[in-house]
Design a binder for this molecule. Structure first.
Ligand code: CU
Length: 710
């Protein structure tokens, strides 16, 4: 009997212990301070100065017993066995290394951790799990999984995501600036006088010196919002996502990166540089190195070499890349890919019912995500990032870290990113050129575009905007780094540390489109607006084929009903399909936007001081299904560049339609002249130094002056 009572007591004890260790449901997260679920989860992002115990106390969370970490001496939680078993890959990644998105072990760790976040019953449970494990997992991997969770969960919105630079400033800002911020914050905390510290970071403090021509476009490659966008894109559309969870994901990979490279080339033309040279001769050195001053450098004259890992079976070999490239080129040229079982799958962008877009199959195989045959087509894009990021120390002799090309939040900074992506883009364009030109029927539309006018909004008193003339300039952009850098603050120290730099910007503008509706019915239309430079680096006119490399989407949207006869369509630039609908309400950090959105400040290419001429292409196409009411753009996602989780891509045509294929026309002018539903307009983009210089005489641009001060 005594034994029986003892056994019973033991069972009760085990049950009690298990419950306290495994259940972190809503009942455990108190609402002592009345936190909204959104605020609760956002605090899980901010790491450095609030320890797990402080955070748990603030939110009234019951944690399992704390233990002392044998290495750091910090008191932290112990993860219960069941959870540990779900996070085997995640916990195997060392905590103090950057997150290498293009390495499959890292991508799988993010997937594993986000699955745990997705399984949580509600936000409170998700929060409890997040703070329970955050001391134990690699920080960027933890953040990547949380970001991905915001794109997946219906009870969270990507529009609420904090900009990544506020969480990981050291991935966006040179180390010297971070040190300056730390010094100033220390003084402010010590003297208790200032509530706000501002650290100015000059746009010329880049990873490339003014003696290199590449310095001229460093402001663009190193733009915080552009790097933030690239991070968001890859976490909203990861190659490891469940196949089918993102409609036309492979095609979107092509389309977003194509636009990124096309816009980079427009920027290069604006500062008198030739378009980027693709990196496709892999035994030749990449002339320019890149020293980002945030993480590892990449010396001059590095090139693709085998990366020999220990263990050796994780090595990457250049010959693998060459083999995959040959197989991909062959598939493009013969018009089909070969599946694992040997059957053929046709490559066409005019798919029949049940067939996939050829460009989507190619995109999935090139990146590589849900490839039709991973053994044959390999992992070209990801491995290229990997080889460049390790080209400075491929045999691991110097024990250096991987360069910026290995991480999605920093890759765009390196000029080699664009050389690599122009090679990838050319591979896709090789496929696009195999597609037959669109037929007259495919290009037709019921409505006619009579005139287009682009007008800046009149926001300055002494400046009268000129139709079809737009202005760009540099303007300050700030973010609050207080929650991403450990300033050794105590909770009562109320000091905000703003980091300010200049970014390219423009005045808001709008399109006024005059439409003729020759029918007797009210009709809706889908308007497609694209931009490309009119002249190349030698001042020659770009012909139809050359423009295929340049067209970039400015906006694609569905109109209201257009009445018979003449009607007008008005559209504001900030409503664009490449932007998210999120609008920051804080004036100081107004550029900080959330979710997956093309940077608002880079909506226009820079242009030149004298004014650079661009083609604006406008097409009124028919609505795919007139009975369908267009979905509003979800908060925090650009439909055109990022797609929508679990929804169809918002357009049925191949991305880039109707300018993504060859044509029998030599020039864009003759192509457009044949179609009354299209219109071509010259627009001029002028670059001035800053907002105060708008409307003044342009300054002379001298070749030896620093980019920013000219
Ligand atoms: Cu990318």
């Amino acid at each position: 009997m005594k034994w029986l009572i003892l056994m019973l007591l033991l069972v009760i004890l085990v049950l009690v212990f298990q419950t306290s260790a495994t259940s972190f449901g809503p009942e455990n997260v108190g609402s002592r301070y009345g936190q909204r679920p959104k605020d609760l989860i956002l605090s899980a992002f901010y790491l450095p100065y609030e320890s797990t115990t402080i955070l748990a106390d603030r939110f009234d969370i019951i944690l399992p017993p704390l233990v002392e970490d044998s290495e750091t001496g910090i008191l932290t939680t112990e993860i219960y066995y069941e959870l540990k078993m779900k996070l085997v890959r995640t916990l195997a990644i060392p905590q103090d290394i950057p997150y290498f998105a293009f390495k499959s072990e890292h991508a799988l760790a993010v997937k594993e951790l986000s699955n745990v976040f997705l399984e949580a019953r509600d936000i409170r449970e998700l929060f409890s799990i997040a703070i329970l494990i955050r001391d134990h997992v690699n920080r960027p991997i933890y953040l990547a999984a949380l970001y991905h969770t915001f794109f997946e969960r219906k009870d969270l919105s990507p529009g609420d995501l904090p900009p990544l630079e506020t969480l990981l400033p050291d991935r966006f800002v040179p180390a010297v600036v971070i040190n300056r911020a730390k010094q100033l914050a220390k003084l402010a905390i010590h003297h208790k006088e200032k509530k706000e510290v501002t650290v100015y970071w000059h746009v010329n403090e880049t990873g490339i010196g003014p003696r290199s021509p590449e310095h001229r476009v460093a402001y663009w490659r190193e733009d915080m919002h552009l790097n933030n966008f690239h991070w968001h894109w890859h976490l909203s559309n990861p190659y490891s996502v469940r196949p089918g969870a993102r409609d036309r994901r492979g095609e979107l990979f092509y389309y977003m990166h194509h636009n990124l490279v096309a816009r980079y080339n427009m920027e290069r033309l604006s500062v008198n540089l030739e378009p980027v040279v693709p990196y496709d001769t892999w035994h030749l050195p990449i002339d320019d190195g890149y020293f980002p001053h945030i993480t590892t450098d990449r010396q001059d004259k590095t090139f693709f070499r085998d990366v020999r890992e220990i263990p050796l079976n994780q090595s990457s070999y250049v010959s693998q890349l060459e083999m995959w490239r040959t197989h991909l080129y062959h598939s493009i040229d013969v018009g089909f890919m070969v599946k694992e079982n040997g059957s053929h799958v046709r490559l066409t962008d005019n798919p029949r019912i049940g067939e996939d877009f050829g460009i989507n199959l190619l995109g999935e195989s090139v990146e590589a995500g849900a490839s039709v045959n991973p053994a044959l087509y390999g992992n070209l894009h990801n491995l290229g990032h990997d080889l460049i990021s390790q080209s400075h120390d491929p045999a691991k002799r110097h024990n250096t870290q991987i360069g910026v090309m290995g991480a999605v939040e920093t890759a765009v900074r390196d000029p080699a990113f664009f050389r690599w992506h122009k090679f990838i883009d050319n591979l896709f364009l090789r496929y696009k050129m195999t597609q037959p030109p669109y037929t007259a029927r495919q290009l037709a539309g019921d409505l006619e575009v009579v005139d287009v006018r682009v007008m800046e909004e009149k926001v300055l008193d002494n400046y009268a905007p000129t139709p079809d003339h737009l202005v760009t300039f540099f303007a300050p952009s700030a973010f609050d780094s207080s929650r991403g850098i450990d300033f050794n603050r105590k909770p009562e120290d109320d000091v905000t540390v703003l980091i300010v730099t200049d970014v390219l910007d423009h005045l808001e503008f709008s399109y006024k489109i005059r439409i003729h509706n020759p029918t007797s019915e009210f009709k809706r239309s889908k308007i497609r607006i694209f931009l490309a430079p009119k002249f190349d680096e030698d001042g020659e006119r770009l012909d139809f084929a050359a423009l295929t490399h340049y067209w970039t989407e400015m906006d694609v949207f569905e109109t209201q009903e257009i009445m018979p006869g003449t009607d007008y369509i008005y559209r504001r630039s900030n409503e664009s399909s490449i932007l998210s609908t999120y609008h920051g309400d804080n004036n100081i950090t107004k550029f900080a936007f959330s979710g997956c959105s093309w940077p608002r400040n880079l909506q226009l290419p820079r242009g030149t001081p004298d004014g650079m001429i661009f083609h604006l292409f406008v097409m009124a196409s028919n609505i795919d299904d007139p009975s369908e009411i267009p979905d509003p753009q979800p908060n925090g996602t650009s439909g055109s560049f990022c797609g929508r989780p679990d929804e169809k891509y918002p357009d049925k045509w191949p991305m880039g339609y109707p300018l993504d294929r060859r044509s029998s026309h030599q020039t864009i002018e003759s192509f457009v002249a044949e179609h009354p539903n299209m219109m071509l307009k010259d627009i001029v983009i002028k670059h001035v130094r800053d907002r105060d210089s708008i409307g003044r005489q342009p300054q002379k641009e001298s070749s030896d002056c620093l980019l920013f001060t000219c």
